[in-house]
Design a protein around this ligand. Structure first.
Ligand SMILES: NC(=O)c1ccc[n+]([C@@H]2O[C@H](COP(=O)([O-])OP(=O)(O)OC[C@H]3O[C@@H](n4cnc5c(N)ncnc54)[C@H](O)[C@@H]3O)[C@@H](O)[C@H]2O)c1
Length: 396
């Protein structure tokens, strides 16, 4: 694939590094930046022939097959619109929109134009995430009951993130978009998110948006999603997922504690890892940052999907559902109530809450729990099938 990059900032560089690394065949051929000098520097760093400060020129570049949107959130929609008009495939970074309304407009644009569209949700492509998701889908942890995801760090690196109008919110829009999609994958994308209860506050920074939030997302099959996000966390970037099922548990640490620990007394002047706060003392570097954040797996899926005419794992529709969950979270943080997730376009299943299945112990009792005691006895906690009385029986 030949790619036009829109934007030349932080994520554009991460994407370009992933694309041009390891002798990959898909290459960025053009870059747009509003500042031509920045575009030129980016083009030089990545060996591109073409750079411009005219967005349409990059999109319409005759060699370009697909456009990669790495612009601030308030510019995603206009960029998608331009790609739809030019009939070029489009990959958009997260969050898709600032609201579900904006995301739905983008979804409609790409569907009407019949162009390829992919949602660049990298944290659903990390090696640990993909492996764990396979285990979940294979039934290794039974029915998923609770899927929790956490992303916290000391705050983002550019002015526009902190401006609620441009970004669409604070830590929720910036970080919870990842967490919601991670939980949706584990619980099942066909399962409808129903309602959200969210606490959010501005605990530290002098901004209008929230810099810390925690929320619960209730799903139609009885599972619960949870996100914990913060721009006030100190100590680096903490990316963790936790999934609990009826038959097992998975814990993933994607970034801060990956098994790579280093101590240095010296004054280093080196990059350690994204959002690392210090460069001496005990450090937690990341072996292959782009890979551990999922970028190469994500682009492989996107381009294979384009080539074989299938949907990628993460679509604009997914981006829209995520935005709808976040809309409910913002509302709940204000009303302090459970708020419904409004999805005018629901394409999943209409599952009712699954009834709990009781395990029969004998003709009178259902089994609540069985445990081996330190002396080797087995203790059964039982509930009577008709009276509901709870008793225990010991087998020596
Ligand atoms: N893990 C991830 O997937 C991830 C990580 C970081 C950022 N992002 C997303 O990437 C997008 C860009 O974030 P970033 O961190 O690269 O930001 P950034 O500020 O580092 O870069 C933004 C780029 O857009 C350009 N830009 C800014 N304002 C503009 C304007 N008004 N008109 C035209 N161009 C403008 C900047 O010059 C720069 O090239 C955001 O949507 C963000 O949420 C995703």
């Amino acid at each position: 694939m030949k790619i036009a990059m829109l934007g030349s900032g932080f994520i554009a560089r991460f994407y370009a590094t992933s694309l041009h690394d390891q002798r990959r065949k898909d290459q960025v051929v053009s870059v747009y930046s509003r500042n031509k000098e920045n575009a030129g520097r980016f083009a030089k760093d990545y060996g591109l022939d073409h750079f411009t400060d005219d967005m349409l020129e990059a999109i319409e570049h005759p060699e370009v097959d697909v456009v990669l949107i790495s612009l601030p959130n308030h510019l995603h929609k206009a960029a998608v619109e331009a790609c739809a008009k030019a009939k070029k495939g489009v990959l958009c970074t997260k969050p898709l929109g600032r609201t579900a309304k904006e995301a739905k407009e983008m979804l409609d644009m790409v569907e009407e134009a019949q162009i390829f569209a992919g949602y660049l949700e990298d944290l659903c492509y990390t090696p640990k995430f993909l492996k764990s998701l396979e285990s979940v889908k294979n039934g290794a942890i039974g029915k998923v009951l609770w899927a929790k995801s956490r992303e916290t760090h000391p705050g983002p690196h550019s002015d526009w993130f902190w401006d609620k109008e441009k970004s669409g919110g604070g830590a929720i829009i910036d970080l919870a978009c990842h967490c919601v999609e991670i939980s949706r994958n584990y619980i099942g994308k066909e399962v409808r998110p129903l309602e959200v209860m969210c606490w959010a506050d501005t605990q530290v920074h002098p901004i209008d948006a929230e810099d810390h939030a925690i929320a619960l997302v209730k799903y139609a099959n009885g599972a619960i999603g949870q996100f914990e996000v913060s721009w006030a966390f100190r100590g680096g970037m903490d990316l963790r997922d936790e999934v609990m099922g009826t038959e097992g548990t998975i814990w993933i640490n994607n970034f801060l504690r990956t098994g790579f620990e280093m101590f240095t007394t010296g004054d280093r002047d080196n990059y350690v890892a994204e959002k690392a706060e210090v460069d001496k003392g005990w450090l937690f570097p990341v072996g292959d940052e782009a890979h551990d954040l999922g970028y190469p797996n994500m682009f492989t899926d996107m381009f294979e999907a384009m080539e074989t005419n299938r949907q990628p794992r993460e679509t604009f529709y997914d981006g829209y559902v995520v935005n709808a969950v976040l809309d409910a979270a913002f509302k709940s943080a204000e009303t302090k109530m459970w708020e419904p997730v409004i999805l005018e376009d629901w394409r999943g299943a209409d599952v009712e809450e699954v009834s709990k299945t009781a395990v029969s112990f004998d003709e009178n009792y259902n089994l609540i729990k069985e445990e081996i005691l330190p002396n080797g006895d087995i203790k059964y906690i039982l509930k009577h099938k008709t009276t509901g009385d709870i008793v225990q029986k010991i087998k020596s």
